[in-house]
Ligand binder design. Structure first.
Ligand code: NAG
Length: 311
């Protein structure tokens, strides 16, 4: 996965080539030796070396003359997943004797982002469908039509014969109204915090289970920012806003500040303990080991932050 085939054709007779590679994403990294291609091919039959190149980010390729350690050419290219490419190194005779390095696509790559795009589109389609249904249910005409359809004699008879409930017809008309089942007791701003929390949770589970091996669902190693890096800050943000909301309402209900502080301290303590003793990296492997315990773990950080927020 995330690889492409690169065939390097060395058409410079008598010149051995060393090929170096680096990822565009790697900040100030040294070039790595990729392969050596000998120059002892025959005219019309160059020597070819086959290598696998990473397709996650753009690649930097540099070809050196092995004997003189002189740069022959250098190019940047973004290979696509499962593509088959050829890099042709040859002389071009246009007056001066120059060396050209050209990338030729033998087989087109596949679109590795296709599954993500499809999942995203399906999600958008579901959201649009739910919104549309809600909109329909909020229309009086549509409701009347539904209640008429449900209350029609035919359905009534069917319902009665299957469920044996004779006094159904009168209630249904009112029950299908959206106001009846909408949880209007929850204030709107809490609901949006809950939605955000849900999104962050889904993302967290997805990221923790490998994120489909896409680079943008993995934590960036040092430089850069990916979706995976945003999950923890989002949780901290959610925690901060929920603390503000819940504390204002608790204080309004006349709870003493002292008791609140006790509550917060207890919760932070629990979070830190769970982080240290339960979400220990060795939890799955056996009993807690002190050599490998991670004191600044995720839950511990959340606990400390919670305490700090609470103050
Ligand atoms: C890649 O393309 C070259 C040139 O068309 C072909 O000879 C080779 O068999 C292809 N390799 C694969 C794995 O498809």
């Amino acid at each position: 996965m995330d690889q492409a085939l690169l065939l390097i054709h060395n058409e410079l007779l008598g010149t051995d080539l060393s090929v170096y590679w680096n990822s565009e994403r790697c900040y100030h990294c040294l070039l790595q030796v990729l392969v050596n291609v000998s120059g002892n091919g025959k005219p019309g039959k160059p020597s070819i070396a086959a290598v696998a190149v990473s397709t996650q980010h753009g690649s930097i390729l540099q070809l050196n003359d092995t004997s003189e350690e002189k740069e022959v050419c250098r190019l940047e290219y973004k290979f696509g997943e499962f593509g088959n490419y050829s890099l042709l190194v040859k002389h071009v005779h246009n007056g001066v004797n120059e060396i050209a390095c050209d990338v030729v696509v033998n087989e087109n790559p596949v679109d590795s982002n296709l599954p993500v795009s499809i999942a995203f589109l399906v999600g958008v389609a579901v959201v649009v469908a739910v919104c549309f249904l809600r909109f329909l249910l909020s229309l009086d005409d549509f409701n009347n039509w539904i209640s008429k359809a449900i209350n029609s004699r035919e359905t009534d008879r069917l319902i009665n014969s299957e469920l044996g409930s004779p006094s159904r017809a009168g209630q249904l008309g009112d029950d299908t109204r959206p106001e009846a089942w909408r949880p209007s007791a929850v204030p709107l701003r809490l609901r949006c915090v809950d939605t955000f929390r849900g999104i962050a949770l889904i993302l967290m589970v997805f990221v923790n289970y490998g994120g489909g091996k896409y680079w943008y669902f993995k934590h960036s190693s040092w430089n850069g920012l990916t979706v995976a890096d945003l999950v923890f800050p989002w949780f901290v943000f959610i925690m901060g806003s929920s603390i503000f909301l819940s504390m204002t309402s608790i204080l309004q209900r006349g709870c003493s500040k002292f008791r609140l502080l006790g509550k917060i301290t207890w919760r932070s303590f629990l979070l830190i303990c769970i982080g240290i003793f339960i979400v220990n990296p060795n939890y799955c492997l056996g009993p807690l080991s002190w050599d490998k315990v991670r004191i600044p773990g995720v839950l511990q950080r959340l606990g400390v932050t919670y305490f700090k927020f609470g103050m």
